[in-house]
Design a binder for this molecule. Structure first.
Ligand SMILES: Cc1ncc(COP(=O)(O)O)c(C=O)c1O
Length: 419
């Protein structure tokens, strides 16, 4: 067992392991963008947008796609379409990006945080059911990093209590649950195509739904009240009473980039899934680390990231920053998770604007934050030889845990002496 690079040993990889260039670019798409530019059909439900909406919906098993400017306003429009507003509560997992919560706040409702499962790091269905009150109007399960929330259990509970279900699929482009696409199980599926996502146009988002009436309400909510199919300036009928409508339109340029990328998505996530399986095989043979479970009935993962969880002996008492530094010194760059929304540095809701069911979410606060490390999808897209190097790095760091335990103890003593 060679010494860890963090402590002066030879690294597994002499160079930092890079990832796929992200977002991806292509000359062919560039040519099409030029033609689109010259056509002048840049927005207002252009042919490019409609084409992408159709293709993306079909890929995920949904009848309608409604294209927008980002994956936060898609959540907002889905909530508006479901009639969520002032005085209502919406249940969301504690571990997600803050946008899941701000979208709820922005329609005037209160986000209610519930804990996650230690296995999948997604919403715990039992905690969801416990948090329901007469004010609850909807639930937003989030398919996070490399896992999917338990849609069957969550939808069953939601139906029993007559609640709307919005799947937050910002991390789950191309994910399949029990034979059908992510985002087609709930009333609405919401996706983000921001710069870092597995399908990306810098910014953009889409709502998917199989419900004709919801599709029309979502479309109106994002397009100043126009109904689907109305021509610009040719509205025959206004939006339903009380439906707040905005300009949240995306542009044809974004849609064109996304339509081209979508053609390569199947192949891309097949690589992510193959490589994740290879890493999982290595991790299964190690003590003190595990991989985020894929979700009970998940077939294919979208893999925004692969999450390693160091929550058992001998790794659990080593600070996460030390583990990340040790992996980094061997050549593998990774990062922590978002952490609970209500502890995020950018979270700025007043105490009366949200509720943490039960007062705390210990699994999200500890397992999902203190012990979890994300390997981003561009790194997961490497060739198998590089993936085996990544496996060797993880194995080396875990097998040399005593070096990290001693290092942590020495650092602690030193800091005590200094203070
Ligand atoms: C889980 C989750 N939900 C929603 C969003 C919001 O998407 P956008 O950044 O496109 O507004 C993100 C984006 O990072 C996300 O990760």
């Amino acid at each position: 067992m060679s010494k860890l690079a963090l402590l002066g040993g030879k690294p597994v990889s002499e160079t930092h392991i890079g990832g796929l260039p992200w977002p991806p670019t292509s000359e062919k798409t560039g040519d099409k963008l030029k033609a689109l530019y010259l056509s002048g059909k840049w927005s207002f439900n252009s042919p490019s947008e409609q084409e992408f909406e159709k293709a993306y919906g079909k890929y995920h098993g949904a009848k309608h796609g409604i294209f927008m400017v980002n994956g936060t306003v898609t959540l907002e429009c889905a909530l508006l379409a479901l009639g969520v507003g002032k005085g209502d509560e919406v249940i969301i997992p504690a571990l997600t990006w803050i946008a899941t919560a701000t979208a709820v706040r922005d329609v005037g409702a209160k986000p209610v945080f519930v804990d996650i499962e230690a296995t999948t790091l997604c919403m715990d269905p039992a905690k969801f059911e416990q948090a329901i009150t007469p004010k609850t109007k909807a639930v937003i399960p989030v398919h996070l990093y490399g896992s999917m929330a338990d849609l069957d259990k969550i939808i069953r509970i939601a139906k029993k209590h007559k609640l709307g279900v919005i799947e937050d699929c910002a991390h789950m482009q191309g994910g399949i649950w029990n034979g059908r696409g992510a985002g087609s199980w709930g009333d609405v599926g919401s996706f983000s195509f921001q710069q870092s996502k597995t399908v990306s146009a810098g910014e953009a988002g889409i709502c998917l739904t199989n419900d004709d009436e919801l599709a029309d309400r979502i479309f109106r909510a994002k397009h100043i009240g126009y109904s689907i199919g109305a021509t610009q300036g040719g509205a025959k009928q206004g939006p339903p009473a009380g439906l707040r409508c905005h300009n949240y339109r995306g542009t044809a340029f974004q849609a064109l980039i996304l339509a081209d990328q979508l053609k390569g998505l199947k192949k891309l996530i097949a690589t992510y899934n193959r490589n994740a399986a290879e890493i999982e095989k290595t991790v299964a043979g190690l003590k003190g680390v595990r991989v985020q479970a894929r979700g009970r009935l998940a077939n294919t993962q979208g893999y925004y990231a692969l999450v390693l969880i160091f929550d058992s002996a001998p790794m659990k008492d080593i600070p996460l920053s030390t583990i990340i530094a040790a992996l980094g010194a061997e050549g593998l760059g990774c990062a922590g998770t978002y952490g609970p929304v209500y502890s995020h540095v950018l979270f700025n809701m007043g105490k009366n604007e949200y509720r943490i069911d039960g007062g705390s979410c210990p699994v999200a606060e500890v397992v999902g934050t203190v012990h979890s490390v994300c390997i981003g999808h561009p790194i997961l897209g490497n060739d198998i030889k590089t993936i085996r190097k990544i496996c060797a790095i993880i194995a080396k760091v875990v097998e040399n845990h005593m070096e990290l335990i001693n290092y942590t103890a020495t650092a602690k003593k030193l800091s005590e002496v200094i203070s």
